[in-house]
Design a binder for this molecule. Structure first.
Ligand SMILES: [Fe+2]
Length: 336
């Protein structure tokens, strides 16, 4: 029987790959954003700055940004060491797609890749230009390789998981081939590339990509459905007759682009305490924009509820890049 031996959750936002002296590159994008989601309302940048008051000036001081950036890098290094010591044979990553692999033509709520490999391809010059204009010029070098990389996938286990999830009440979308446009493969989402290229070092474990539509209306699954989907994934792994040791991870979050430390701490505490009611009863409207990626962690919490592993928070670091409190709440946790 396959065994779930290790879990981790990590943020993957661009500030994790951007020198703290350059965080204003992404701040400039926030200032142009007319739809900043916070709580159950939506703000322009100026409206948000007025609503939140002057409290974020100290957190934007260069020395504070530098200290918080260093804490994030230390936590990412620690995740790499923890992963390496777990001795896993394969890695399942729960990530959201950011219109990389899926576009507006089809956007599955939950999908699982069961092909033989995925390509994390190098960006085209045009894609690089767009990334730079979007303030993620540094991050794209972490998300995407300079030359194409291929990650093997355990097709037999993934196919079993699709069948098991369906028998278990989850009609998950089965994705057997990386989509392409005019012969150019669509990008493997940076939910996955960030973990392979920043956390795993030289390790290239077989990958099971699980994609959750956290972002795009109208079919984002609810927190409760995410949790239950995670439980179904956990049961599917445990029912696999192979002897593999499986690691599982969630990629993304926490609150962004408007940081909400209360929400981040509330949900991290609920995960650590296995307080599944708190986790699944957070109002769905709180999970919008980048903050929606916390749902990947909720899937993970459901999956790990099928094990006896317990969570340890490595660090929670609110990283601010403007006076309106935009940035990213960065979370790093392991389950052993
Ligand atoms: Fe993301």
């Amino acid at each position: 029987m396959a065994e779930i031996v290790f879990g981790f959750g990590t943020s993957h936002g661009p500030l994790l790959a951007t020198p703290p002296g350059e965080w204003d590159l992404r701040g400039a994008v926030d200032r142009r954003n007319p739809e900043l989601a916070w709580g159950d309302a939506t703000y322009t940048f100026d409206e948000l700055a007025r609503a939140r008051g002057p409290q974020f000036a100290p957190a934007n001081a260069p020395e504070v940004r530098a200290e918080r950036s260093a804490r994030c890098q230390a936590a990412l290094d620690a995740l790499g060491r923890e992963y390496a010591s777990a001795g896993a044979d394969a890695l399942l990553i729960i990530g959201d797609d950011h219109h990389e692999w899926f576009m507006t033509d089809i956007q599955p709520a939950f999908s699982l890749f069961h092909g033989a490999s995925v390509l994390n391809r190098a960006l085209t010059p045009e894609e690089e230009e767009r990334q730079i204009a979007n303030g993620v010029g540094y991050a794209m070098k972490i998300y995407y390789p300079p030359r194409d990389e291929i990650y093997a996938c355990p097709a037999d286990l993934a196919t079993h998981m699709v069948k098991h999830a369906i028998a278990d009440g989850f009609d998950v979308t089965a994705c057997g081939q990386q989509p392409a446009d005019a012969g150019l493969a669509r990008r493997l989402g940076h939910s996955f590339g960030f973990i392979y290229r920043r956390i795993l070092g030289d390790l290239r474990p077989p990958l099971i990509p699980v994609m959750v539509n956290t972002y795009y209306p109208p079919n984002q699954p609810s927190p409760r459905r995410c949790f239950e989907f995670g439980r179904a994934l956990g049961r599917a792994i445990k029912a696999w007759p192979g002897a593999q040791r499986i690691a599982v991870a969630a990629s993304g979050g926490l609150t962004h682009f408007v940081v909400d430390e209360d929400m981040d701490r509330r949900l991290l505490a609920a995960m650590a305490a296995r307080d599944h009611d708190t986790l699944t009863s957070e109002p769905d409207i709180h999970f919008r924009s980048g903050t929606s990626e916390i749902k990947n962690w909720i899937v993970l919490a459901g999956l790990l509820a099928e094990t006896s592993l317990s969570m340890r928070l490595l660090d929670y670091v609110p990283c601010y890049r403007t006076e309106a409190g935009t940035g990213s709440g960065m979370g790093f946790a392991i389950w052993r």
